[in-house]
Each structure stands twice: as structure tokens, then as C-alpha cells.
Design a protein around this ligand. Structure first.
Ligand code: T4K
Length: 373
């Protein structure tokens, strides 16, 4: 690549434009633009099949999916969640008048630490909202066990976990509900988009009502639902992209290996977590730049930026440090030391299917050159 062409942390894969035209023509002919039209129905069926899950309800974006998941299960009071995530995770709780209770992460997986969950349960706790951070599966068995013991619901924020498998099956089959994001920056995209994955038809029906203002029929409104519907253009694009996604993930895996090989033996750099029983989707490539590296994470971030490489600090700042959460007792920094360390050290390097091998080499060289810069 040319030295001055910027490299972003990610870039969406777009199939050839002409392949999309027949889909658009079908929409133009049918004049059904939204409200559960034919492409919406076809995409739901195709995703259930592709992902190996029971039921799925499409959404206009992942955040509306999180909001609706909490309403579906009628969650109240306090919800235990992670400080190490994107704003949407905790914001979905505030939008439902729920209190987030932050618990520290496991320093290796960057997912909620189950021991911390158990200690944070109070009589007001009704649910746990863990995140499969970077697509790394949470400790789903332990979380299920804790939830069952204390009568809690589990809603996984699975925004990063499209296509991730754990012990031979979809990680989305764990928890009461899982919520996906199909944003432009994700492994699989419908421009904006998302979905709730659920285990039974009754729950799907309730979700479908809630994402359509609560309408169960033309004259019956069951609840104060929202407009969370995915439109036909988004759904058609999702159908167009789906046959490509396995190949896109395979290319991401190659890029991950190139980074692994280039950075594995560098003092002070820790590579992304890999779990032996997980089949990852390589949605992100987070490195952790610790004290053993001669310069700070922010110095590496700046150095890369000066050379046109836009790596990102996902997730910095912590949710618990944002002004709307920082006064919560659970947001006290001394209670969240592992999350604080990860937020200080992490740098997500560019990873997307169109990234060329020599781009990856250049990013690696830029990281290494920080040692002598
Ligand atoms: N839960 C979790 C754990 C999440 O990570 C997210 C979203 C959600 C819930 C909510 O799901 P959604 O409601 O979004 O479906 C991005 C995304 O906007 C956000 O979806 C994502 N997480 C988060 C981790 O990253 P930004 O503000 O960093 O995105 P932005 O616009 O800076 O884009 C990053 C880079 O991607 C750009 O530098 C260039 C490239 N890009 C981006 C867009 C939008 C493109 O090449 N094309 C594009 O269209 O938040």
C-alpha cells in the first residue's frame, strides 16, 4: 500500500454493487420497505440456519436489541455487568431505568469475572449482562450456575460474537437471550443492524411485538414497545453478504496469524486471548502493551496515527469512568483494577478482510519501531 493511504481499525466488506441490484429491484417491485417484509423473513431463517441457533429476531441496530432484550425479560432493579465494553452495554440499562453494577473482568479473557458476579449480588439484582468481549466466550457454565442459584436472568451482549462457536456449538445458545450487532464495523454487517437470539418461539413472539411498538394485532398493544425493526434494504444486504462470511472470517484468521508471528516474542506485548475450546471470529486484534514495553500504549497509538494507522483503544475509557456512571459505588476504580489495567494497555490493531499482508507487516514494523523512536 502507499505510505499515505490511511489504514483504519476496520473496513466493511462490500460485495460487488451489481450483485445488489436484483435485490433492490425486488424491493422496488414489491413496494414493501419494512415491517417484517419478505427479505426480513428470509434473513431471519437464513441466520438461524447459518448460526446454528433456535430463533432470532432482527433489529435496526444492536443497541435497540439490548434495550428490547431487557424489556422482554422484564428486568428490574440492579443488573451486574462489565465496565470493559462499548457505551451501548451500560446505556441500555440506563434507558430501562436499571442500575448497572460493575464487576471487574478476568485479566486474561477481559470478560466478567464470575467470582466477582457472585459477590455483587444483592436482593435487588435480577439479571447479569456479560459481554463476549472481542468474541471470546464468557465462562458460560459458571455464569449459568450462578444465575440458576440466585434466580437471575442472563442476557449476553454478543455484539462481537457473530459466528463464534464454543465446544462445537454456537456461543449464542447460552444465556436466556443473546444480542448481536451487525454494524458496519462488525464481522457481518447490514450497514446498521442487530438481532436478539432466543431459545423458544414464545419468546421470539414477545420480542417481535416489542420491536413493533408492542402491537400484537392491528388493535392490540401489549406493552410500550419501541420501533426496532430492520428494514428491507438492510435485510436484503444481509442476505447478499451471508454467503461470504465464512471466507471473510478465514481471511481474518490469516491476518491474526501474521500479527501473532510478528509480535509473539516482543517483550511487554501480550497477544489476544485464545481459548482452546473456542472457534473465534477474529473480529478484533487487541494487543496489551504493558510495563515491559519501552513506551506506553498511548505513545504507540500516537506513533501509529502519525503514520496513518488508526488503531483504536477499545475499550477506553471504561464505562465506569464515564460521567453518567462514575458516581455509582460499583464504579470505584479500586474495585476494578483488571479493567483499569486493560483500558490502559489495550490497542486494537487493524483487522479486516481487505487488509493486505504488506499492510499487516507495516503495522507490525510501526509497533516495533516504537521501541527505538
Ligand atoms: N455492545 C458492544 C459490546 C458493542 O461493541 C457495540 C458496538 C454495541 C453493543 C452496539 O451495537 P450497535 O448499536 O452499534 O449495533 C464502533 C461502532 O459504531 C459500534 O457499533 C461498535 N460497538 C464499536 C466497538 O465501534 P466507533 O465510534 O469506534 O466507530 P467509528 O465510526 O469510529 O468506526 C471505526 C472505524 O471503522 C473508522 O475509523 C473507519 C471504519 N468504518 C466505520 C464505519 C462506520 C468504515 O470503514 N465504514 C463505516 O461505515 O464505534
Amino acid at each position: 500500500m502507499s505510505a499515505d493511504k490511511p489504514i483504519y481499525v476496520t473496513q466493511p466488506f462490500l460485495p460487488p454493487l451489481e450483485d445488489f441490484i436484483p435485490y433492490l429491484r425486488e424491493i422496488w417491485d414489491a413496494k414493501v420497505l419494512t415491517n417484517g417484509g419478505p427479505f426480513h423473513q428470509r434473513l431471519e431463517a437464513a441466520l438461524v440456519e447459518h448460526l446454528g441457533i433456535q430463533h432470532l429476531s432482527l433489529f435496526a441496530n444492536g443497541t435497540l436489541g439490548l434495550l428490547t432484550a431487557l424489556q422482554t425479560l422484564q428486568v428490574t432493579g440492579e443488573v451486574i455487568t462489565t465496565p470493559y465494553s462499548f457505551a451501548a452495554t451500560a446505556h441500555s440499562l440506563l434507558w430501562n431505568n436499571l442500575t448497572p453494577v460493575f464487576v471487574d473482568i478476568d485479566p486474561v479473557t477481559c470478560n466478567l469475572d464470575p467470582e466477582g458476579i457472585e459477590q455483587a449480588i444483592t436482593p435487588r439484582t435480577t439479571a447479569i449482562m456479560p459481554v463476549h468481549c472481542y468474541g471470546t466466550p464468557c465462562d458460560v457454565d459458571r455464569i449459568r450456575q450462578i444465575a440458576d442459584t440466585h434466580g437471575l436472568k442472563v442476557i449476553y451482549d454478543a455484539a462481537h460474537a457473530f459466528g463464534v462457536r464454543y465446544r462445537g456449538e454456537s456461543v449464542l445458545n447460552h444465556g436466556d437471550l443473546s444480542v448481536l450487532s451487525f454494524h458496519a464495523t462488525k464481522v457481518y454487517t447490514t450497514f446498521e443492524g442487530g438481532a436478539i437470539v432466543c431459545p423458544d418461539a414464545g419468546t421470539k413472539k414477545r420480542i417481535d411485538h416489542l420491536k413493533n411498538f408492542g402491537f400484537a394485532s392491528e388493535v392490540t398493544v401489549l406493552a410500550a414497545g419501541i420501533n426496532g425493526k430492520m428494514n428491507e434494504v438492510q435485510a436484503a444486504f444481509g442476505l447478499l453478504q451471508l454467503p461470504h462470511v465464512d471466507q471473510l472470517i478465514a481471511r481474518r484468521a490469516q491476518i491474526s496469524r501474521l500479527y501473532d508471528n510478528g509480535l509473539r516474542s516482543v517483550d511487554g506485548i501480550r497477544l489476544p486471548c485464545t481459548l482452546p475450546e473456542a472457534q473465534p471470529n477474529h473480529s478484533y486484534y487487541p494487543i496489551f502493551i504493558g510495563d515491559g514495553f519501552p513506551v506506553s500504549r498511548d505513545a504507540v497509538y500516537d506513533h501509529l496515527r502519525q503514520h496513518g494507522v488508526h488503531a483504536r483503544r477499545y475499550f477506553y475509557p471504561l464505562l465506569s469512568d464515564m460521567p453518567m456512571y462514575s458516581a455509582l459505588p460499583s464504579a470505584a476504580p479500586d474495585r476494578l483494577p483488571h479493567a483499569a489495567k486493560a483500558a490502559r494497555e489495550v490497542l486494537c490493531l487493524p483487522i479486516y478482510p481487505a487488509l493486505q499482508d504488506d499492510d499487516v507487516t507495516r503495522v507490525i514494523e510501526l509497533v516495533l519501531s516504537c521501541r527505538t523512536a
